[in-house]
Design a protein around this ligand. Structure first.
Ligand SMILES: *Cc1c(COP(=O)(O)O)cnc(C)c1O
Ligand SMILES: [Zn+2]
Length: 401
């Protein structure tokens, strides 16, 4: 692989890509992987039906070092019944192993960490990253420790335990979990794989952009809407669209990136609207949507830069509208999205109403996970039938044949 070096996104300092690295040794900023992209044509794309088809632009050097559960190569589904948005697609990341796009970052991040000699990884999680990294650690034969907020979903706790992770709950938010992990990792020599504090999770997630480009026949869409918690999704998409242009695989025009947050925790939206360069901690978090409960994202400045450089924007959506969008996607499109992902549909409507999106724009919503991982807000009560009772007549049914 033509991985050439790691570059600090904040101060530009170069770091050795073939040693285990977390953040910049100079300023503590996020390190990003840089490649010699010259001369890599689209014929370098593999035939794998997983993200490993893009191994020519991934950091894992040896083929035998790859770790896979079949992540990536997810469907790009047209959404044909959203009035006013005539050219709308949904990239369905719920089809990934462990049910979310965290599988991409975990597969590449863990494979590269193992290749560089890591034996024990540790990370804080709202829930889904813990599940994904635990699964891939089991697959790769590495030990893993995860710390999550005590009110993470039962599904997340059960998943981490099933994969054999050492999992802990902390009475606090994801930032509190991150502080505990950082301290333990330093003291015990574990590899700290926290969001944007190691270079290779972004590399896994960037393959979403390569898949979108390939699915559209190497013509990029006008806008991609992405839910933002820690911000890896937006940072990775922005990096990948720039790489695709540098590779010459797509024409020059960019993709406007839209960050979508819950109105109950919207540090990126607030900072973007204020024209600020960094996010300020969000006080009084009011949302139950786990992936969006990140009041002080470590990569806030990087996310804001990605939004501005791409000509994008940031939108906050009320939780009631997010849950409405979950129901709408399920009932009218057959897609049971996670609330984080469904928020992008509500945001697209708001941006269309404001004229920011045009009817003719080609727009992609990123559904980051499967709704099956989330408890139903209200479990529906089904009509109960006696064992010999005929089904009742149903109004409005079309004839049988
Ligand atoms: C983690 C997560 C997000 C937020 O992603 P970031 O990369 O942290 O911004 C969104 N949706 C789901 C389902 C997640 O698990
Ligand atoms: Zn630096």
């Amino acid at each position: 692989m033509p991985l050439s070096h790691l570059e600090c996104a904040q101060c530009g300092r170069r770091h050795d890509p073939d040693r285990l690295q977390t953040v910049c040794g100079g300023c503590g900023g996020t390190l990003l992987a840089r490649y010699d992209l010259e001369g890599i044509g689209r014929e370098a794309i593999g035939t794998d039906r997983s993200l490993w088809r893009y191994r020519a632009v991934l950091p894992v050097r040896g083929r035998e070092a790859e770790v896979s559960l079949g992540e990536g190569w997810t469907p790009l589904l047209p959404l044909l019944r959203v009035p006013g948005l005539g050219r709308l697609w949904l990239k369905d990341e719920g089809c990934n192993p462990t049910g979310t796009f965290k599988a991409r970052g975990a597969a590449v991040g863990l494979a590269r960490a193992r290749e560089l000699g890591a034996r024990h990884v540790a990370l804080p999680t709202a829930g889904n990253a813990g599940g994904a990294w635990s699964a891939y650690a089991a697959r790769a034969g590495l030990a893993i420790t995860v710390v999550m907020p005590a009110d993470a979903t039962d599904a997340a706790k059960a998943e981490c335990a099933a994969y054999g992770a050492r999992a802990y709950a902390v009475d606090g938010l994801i930032g509190d979990a991150g502080a505990l992990v950082g301290e333990a990792a330093r003291a015990r020599g574990w590899f700290d794989a926290s969001t944007l504090r190691e270079p290779y999770r972004v590399e896994g997630k960037k393959t979403i952009a390569y898949e979108i480009a390939e699915a559209f026949g190497w013509r990029l869409p006008d806008a991609v809407l992405c839910p933002v918690g820690g911000g890896v999704g937006v940072v990775a998409l922005h990096k990948a669209f720039a790489e695709l242009r540098a590779l010459g695989w797509v024409p020059g025009e960019g993709v406007r990136l839209v960050a979508v947050q819950s109105a109950g925790c919207a540090p990126v939206v607030r900072a973007f609207a204020a024209g600020a360069e960094r996010t300020e901690p969000w006080e009084g978090v009011h949302t139950d949507i786990g992936g969006l409960r990140v009041p002080s994202p470590f990569g806030g400045a990087l996310v804001l830069r990605a939004l501005r450089e791409s000509g994008g924007t940031a939108v906050a959506v009320a939780d009631a509208d997010i849950h409405g969008a979950v129901r709408e996607l399920a009932a009218t499109h057959g897609i049971l999205a996670c609330p984080e992902g469904a928020a992008t549909l509500a945001a697209a409507r708001m941006l269309r109403a404001a004229g920011w999106l045009r009817e003719t724009d080609r727009v992609v919503l990123l559904n980051t996970g499967s709704g099956l991982k989330y408890p139903a807000p209200v479990a529906p009560r089904l009509p109960v039938l006696g064992r010999r009772e005929p089904l009742p007549a149903e109004a409005g049914q079309p004839p049988l044949r």
